[in-house]
Design a protein around this ligand. Structure first.
Ligand code: PBG
Length: 350
């Protein structure tokens, strides 16, 4: 067998190769489709648009200062008027949906401040709808920011063990949802993981003629370490125990499908998988099993990891952000809730 000697341009060494390998007559050369940015753009399968993104914002009472979240650079606790300013800035960049969280003036055992008509979420919702009528306002519905114990519902004592009571909590979630809907929210987004909440909220809205208010259900929401930075932002860390009796076990995929099925049957308009990155397989399961819009939540810990590594110079932050958002959409999400929303939209070249 004759062998040919070629020059290795990298180190000017010579190596011997078989002639057949040198100029193979290959039938398939996928690299032809990657030769230039023009060709790559032409065959690109997944494109994230600002319209796909939902931008979360944290509203605090007017007597509190504007504060940046330590583990979430670029994310702030804002007073209602500052939420409106930030929503305007986002709208200018092409963002069309906001998800609101609230930190109330006072907390108690049942989270009663959550249905105060002058609460921070209600005020921010009214302000955004007035300034930007076309902006879609979604409000997270959950008790954990409003309860003094930090759990997502009513605490009961069962033979010495504290637990969150499902059915008593439904009544509170309904009150909170109605209050946000009255303030002008387009969608309420229950994130508590109580059984039957979608049906209960849907019935309550319909009974009051609020049939146009949608429900984005946090359907497959896992008990996740990736929520750590959020709990600083929302001041909602549980004061004892954890959320494993209501949020899902990260090991369970079939159960996630069941949760999504129940929410769809109860009348959810959109279903969500949360967090996104460790659960891309479930975003795909959602896409393949439902004809509803699928949302995915690119959560706080996922954001913080990118920001921290980029700050240390260990990764290229904007590049990784693009790759992450693309992967979530490629997995099957129609909508992505992300703290990167404005940053992404700023560099979007539609
Ligand atoms: C509950 C809620 C949480 C998040 C959204 N809604 C926190 C939790 O369940 O403890 C997490 C969002 C994030 O980490 O970005 N109100």
């Amino acid at each position: 067998m004759t062998s040919k000697t070629i020059l290795d341009p990298m180190n000017s060494a010579t190596i011997d190769i078989e002639p057949a390998v040198g100029r193979a007559s290959l039938t398939h050369r996928p690299r032809r489709l990657r030769r230039s940015e023009g060709i790559r753009a032409m065959v690109r399968e997944t494109i994230v648009r600002p319209d796909d993104l939902i931008y979360p914002l944290f509203a605090v009472p007017d007597n509190r200062p504007k504060v940046e979240i330590g583990a979430m650079p670029g994310v702030w606790q804002l007073r209602a008027r500052e939420v409106v300013e930030e929503a305007k800035r986002a709208a200018d960049k092409g963002i069309r949906a906001i998800l609101l969280f609230g930190i109330p003036e006072y907390k108690d055992a049942i989270g009663s401040s959550s249905w105060d008509p002058s609460g921070p979420v209600q005020a921010a919702t009214e302000g955004i709808k007035k300034a930007l009528p076309g902006m879609t306002v979604m409000t997270d519905v959950c008790m954990c920011e409003y309860t003094d114990h930090g759990h997502c519902g009513v605490i009961v004592d069962r033979k010495g063990t504290k637990d969150v009571d499902n059915d008593q909590t439904l009544a509170l979630l309904v009150k909170q949802s109605l209050s946000f809907a009255n303030a002008g929210a387009d969608f309420v987004a229950p994130s508590d993981m109580m059984d039957g909440r979608i049906g209960a909220i849907r019935r309550a809205l319909d009974d009051r003629g609020m049939t146009d208010i949608g429900i984005m259900a946090y359907s497959a929401k896992f008990a996740s370490g990736f929520y750590g930075p959020f709990r600083e932002a929302a001041e909602s860390a549980p004061q004892f125990g954890d959320r494993r009796t209501y949020q899902m076990d990260p090991a369970n995929a079939r159960e996630a499908l069941r949760e999504m099925q129940l929410d769809a049957e109860e009348g959810a308009d959109m279903i969500m998988v949360k967090p996104a990155l460790s659960y891309l397989d479930l975003i795909r399961v959602a896409r393949e099993n439902f004809n509803l819009p699928i949302a995915a939540y690119n959560v706080s810990g996922e954001y913080s990891m990118v920001k921290a590594a980029a700050k240390l110079g260990w990764i290229d932050g904007p590049r990784v952000m693009n790759e992450i958002l693309t992967s979530i959409k490629r997995a099957g999400a129609d909508l992505i809730i992300t703290y990167h929303a404005v940053e992404f939209a700023e560099t979007y070249k539609g």
